[in-house]
Every structure is written in structure tokens, then in C-alpha cells.
Design a protein around this ligand. Structure first.
Ligand code: NAD
Length: 495
């Protein structure tokens, strides 16, 4: 199929074949014949393919973004009202494709469709509308009086330029828009490199952008693997890099950006703590607790996958968690009853199974799960709980990124905080308690970017990101927009 704005076939009905890349506002022939093929995480059936961008394709995409940024009176110079209006039009265009977007994500990475509809279908348009409204209501420049007598200066936040955006497969559309929405709102132009595991949703998003009339070169979509990703990061035409992915890849990206003195935002891995205090009522909060610890089959970076339970109630908490996890409905990600779907790929399943084996050999006690789910096809792993885990064990230290949680005992609040902070990472977490004030006091002591009291939340208006090996910088909110702007002071002339 040649991608057109009239719409692609629905995923699963017939293979979806794109023969071009989205560069400079056009569907453009790739420079090589290499292709990325994707299969259903549920059934392993072939879903379709897209061209795999080469370094030359990245060069063309960056050139297009560069021209679109530099042209006088182009996107970066549009007044905020005009940019906001087109961002809202883009949101409308995405909404007409939201159902298919959610389905494409769900079959590619195993995300249960009820989550995919909300996060991947509706989320991107919501993010665009949020930033459209933000730039309409928050001027990007102000007059600032100087400390000395004189006319002072205009202090303005200017768009940083061409953005190289690299995203993972686990929540591909929402993460894409955590970059695109603020970058476009700021007046930047973007080259987006989606992950090879989730390309069909990225191409549908490009169709939506084209249909909405996003100007040529302002958004370019070039799927590919890590080599082309690295080429984009170091490209001389790129002014800023925004990366979401593993900590290992983030370090490689950071090294390049460090050498080039290129601004970079890094959203990386996590191993967050769900601290259950001795007054917690988990039984009344099981749905939220599930969302906070195992949502999207554990394929979310800021889940509380280390559950810290007080020794005084350890057996009871472990029983509650085990009961909750063993009662989850495992199934086809497109079935609305499914709570836990398959993992993204056979390779990723093997990685998760490797961690389960390591957990067992290190003396962790499996209280439920631990095997492949009983299904003929698809990359399923049973939702799994390890009890009696020591925070020094590998399964308590490394990110597993599957439906596997560990339950670690602690003596008192101080030890709970110490264990929570004894991690390479610092991304998410929660405190579970009947006393919100006590929860707040504990939350203040945890070294992390985002933490919830009795919930796992994310909000467009509230900064999100990590500390330590979980990343640098923040997305969402005014902080997310600021990361695509640089501050410029124009000192006004004396009379
Ligand atoms: P990954 O690091 O393997 O790949 C992420 C993206 O980076 C892909 O597009 C990949 O092609 C590209 N890439 C890989 N190596 C690169 C390099 N050296 N240079 C440039 N690009 C490169 O991660 P993944 O397996 O796709 O995603 C899962 C990881 O992402 C987990 O560690 C998870 O915690 C993390 N993640 C973090 C957040 C967050 O907000 N902090 C959100 C989602 C996922």
C-alpha cells in the first residue's frame, strides 16, 4: 500500500505496507530497500512493514527540518495563536484516527486495549491541546527591569531549533507527544525516530500530521534502529535531542551530546518503590495498586515494581499482592477484559524469563506465576510475584520491564525510605497509607522524580522525569515546554 491521507487499512485485517518515509511533508521513497517488519504480540502473525530509514534518509529529514526552522516567517516565527490553531487541528486529525492508533499499538506491543484507548488513542490529542492552550495564554517574552538604572531588557524564550526525538516501544504515541507537543508549541521542528517494534502507529500519526496541514519539514518520521538513532543524535543539523529509552542507550546518547555540548532530555529506566506503610488498606485500593505496579504488562518505566512491606504485616501484604496478581485476567491485548497482555517480542520475553530464573536461583520465593502463560501463540508470561526478596538481589536492582514484582520486607519507616533510595534509579514510586499526611512526609524523603500517595498518576500540567540513572530534565508542564526553548535577553538601547 502507498500511504495516503485517505487512511490505511485496519490493523489485523490485512498486512499494512508503507512504501515511503514521511520527510518534508511528503511520502518520500527511502534510499534503501531495507524494511522493518512487525508481528502481533498476541498471535505472532505478520502485521505489516515500513521502510527502514538509512543514515541518508536521516540526513534528508534533518535537512528538511532545518530548512523549515530557518525559513523567514516559517513555523518558528508564527505567532502563538496561529501555531496553537494548527496544533488543535492536528489534535482533531489524531482523534479521527484514535481507535486505529490504539489498536495498532496494542497488537504491536501487547498493551491492553482499555489502556491503549485512553493513553495512546486519546492522550496525544490531549497533550497537543494542553500546549496549544498554554502558548496562547503564557507569553514567551517579558520586559525585565535591570538592577541598574536604564531601560532594562526583553527576556524571551526562543525555540531551540531542530529537535531529534527518539522514542521507545512501550507507550509509543504518548511518549512521542511528550516531545512533539511542547517542541512544536515552542516553534521547533522535529525529526522523530520511532522504535522498530512500533512503527505502524508512527506512520498513522504522520498521516494525521499531513492531513492536518502541518507545514512541510516541521515534522519528519523516520523509523529505524539504534545506528540511525545514533546518527540522528550526532547530526550537525540537530540543535537538541530528546530521548526516552533504556539507561544504557541513554548513557550513549548523553556521551555524544556531552561532547557536542548539545542540550538533551533523557527519560530512562526505573525500579521504583511502592512503599506500603503499616496502616495501609491495600484491599480497598487493589485496582489502583495494580495500575501502579503492573500496568501495561509491567512495560512502563515508573511502575512501583519493588513493593516494600512492613515486617509487622509482611505475610498479609504478600498474600494480598499474590492474590491480586494471581487473579488477573491474562489474554489477547485487544480483548477489553484483558488486564495483562503479552510482551512486545520473543526477545523481550526471553529477557524477562531470564530475570525470573535469576530470581529463583538467587533464592527469591515465587508466590505466583513464573512461567509462560498457557497459550499456543504470543509472547505471554504469567504475572509473577517474588516474596522474601532482599534489596541487594538482581531482581530488586535491575529493571525487568515485565509483569514481575518483588516484595521486600522492612522494619520501620526509616528503613523503608532507605531501601526505596537504595537504587541506581529514581523515577516513580508511591506511598500506600491510611494517613495522607504521614504519606506526604515519607514521599518527601524518597529520592525520585515523581511519587504518588495511594496512586500512580501522570498529568500534562505536572513535570515528569527522573533523577540518578533515570534521566535528566523534565517533560510535561511549563518545564517540558522550557526544555525546547532557550533564554535570550535583548538589552534595550539607551535614548
Ligand atoms: P532502548 O533504549 O532499547 O530503545 C529506545 C529507543 O532508542 C529506540 O527507538 C531505539 O531504536 C533507540 N536507540 C537505542 N540505542 C540507541 C543509541 N545508542 N542511540 C540512539 N538511539 C538509540 O529502549 P526500549 O527497550 O525501546 O524501551 C524500554 C526502556 O525505555 C526501558 O528501560 C524503560 O524504562 C525506558 N522508558 C523510560 C521512560 C521514561 O519516561 N523515563 C518511558 C518509557 C520507557
Amino acid at each position: 500500500m502507498t500511504a495516503t491521507d485517505t487512511g490505511s487499512p485496519a490493523v489485523g485485517e490485512e498486512p499494512i505496507e508503507y512504501d515511503s518515509l514521511y520527510i518534508d511533508g511528503e511520502w518520500t521513497a527511502p534510499t534503501t530497500i531495507a524494511r522493518i517488519r512487525v508481528h502481533s504480540a498476541n498471535s505472532e502473525e505478520y502485521l505489516g512493514s515500513v521502510p527502514e530509514a538509512s543514515e541518508s534518509d536521516i540526513d534528508r529529514a534533518v535537512d528538511a527540518a532545518r530548512r523549515a526552522f530557518d525559513v523567514p516567517d516559517g513555523w518558528s516565527r508564527w505567532d502563538p495563536e496561529r501555531r496553537a490553531s494548527l496544533l488543535n487541528g492536528f489534535a482533531n486529525s489524531l482523534e479521527t484516527r484514535a481507535t486505529e492508533t490504539a489498536r495498532r499499538v496494542s497488537v504491536q506491543n501487547g498493551m491492553p486495549i482499555t489502556i491503549a484507548d485512553r493513553i495512546e488513542g486519546a492522550g496525544p490529542a490531549g497533550q497537543l491541546r494542553y500546549y496549544a492552550e498554554y502558548i496562547r495564554t503564557h507569553p514567551a517574552e517579558e520586559h525585565r527591569a535591570g538592577a541598574f538604572a536604564g531601560p532594562g531588557a526583553i527576556v524571551l524564550r526562543a525555540p531551540v531549533g531542530v529537535v531529534g526525538a527518539i522514542v521507545p516501544w512501550n507507550v509509543p504515541q504518548s511518549i512521542t507527544f511528550m516531545k512533539l507537543a511542547p517542541a512544536l508549541a515552542a516553534g521547533c521542528t522535529v525529526v522523530l525516530k520511532p522504535s522498530p517494534e512500533t512503527v505502524l502507529d508512527a506512520m498513522l500519526m504522520a498521516e494525521a500530521a499531513r492531513a492536518a496541514g502541518i507545514p512541510d519539514g516541521v515534522l519528519n518520521v523516520v523509523p529505524g534502529g539504534r545506528e540511525v538513532g545514533a546518527h540522528l543524535v550526532s547530526h550537525p543539523g540537530v540543535d537538541k535531542v530528546s530521548f526516552t529509552g533504556s539507561t544504557a542507550a541513554g548513557r550513549a546518547v548523553a556521551e555524544i551530546c556531552g561532547r557536542l555540548l548539545r542540550p538533551v532530555t533523557l527519560e530512562l529506566g526505573g525500579k521504583s518503590a511502592a512503599i506500603v506503610l503499616d496502616d495501609a488498606d491495600l484491599e480497598s485500593n487493589l485496582e489502583s495498586f495494580f495500575a501502579a505496579t503492573m500496568q501495561n504488562n509491567g512495560q512502563i518505566c515508573h511502575l512501583g515494581t519493588r513493593i516494600l512491606a512492613p515486617r509487622s504485616r509482611y505475610a498479609e501484604v504478600l498474600d494480598t499482592v499474590t492474590g491480586m496478581v494471581s487473579s488477573l485476567t491474562v489474554g489477547d491485548s485487544l480483548d477489553p477484559r484483558t488486564q495483562v497482555g503479552p510482551l512486545v517480542s520473543a526477545q523481550h520475553r526471553a529477557r524477562v524469563e531470564g530475570y525470573i530464573a535469576k530470581g529463583v536461583s538467587d533464592g527469591g520465593r515465587l508466590t505466583t506465576g513464573g512461567r509462560r502463560a498457557d497459550r499456543d501463540k504470543g509472547w505471554f508470561v504469567e504475572p509473577t510475584v517474588f516474596g522474601d526478596v532482599d534489596n541487594r538481589q538482581t531482581i530488586a536492582r535491575e529493571e525487568i520491564f515485565g509483569p514481575v514484582v518483588v516484595v521486600i520486607p522492612y522494619r520501620d519507616d526509616d528503613e523503608a525510605v532507605a531501601i526505596a533510595n537504595d537504587s541506581e534509579y529514581g523515577l516513580g514510586g508511591q506511598v500506600w497509607t491510611s494517613d495522607p499526611e504521614r504519606g506526604l512526609q515519607i514521599a518527601r524523603r524518597v529520592v525520585t522524580g515523581t511519587i504518588g500517595i495511594n496512586r500512580h498518576a501522570i498529568d500534562y500540567n505536572i513535570p515528569f522525569g527522573g533523577v540518578k540513572a533515570s534521566g535528566l530534565g523534565r517533560e510535561f508542564g511549563t518545564e517540558g515546554l522550557a526544555s525546547y526553548q532557550y533564554l535570550k535577553a535583548i538589552h534595550l538601547g539607551l535614548e
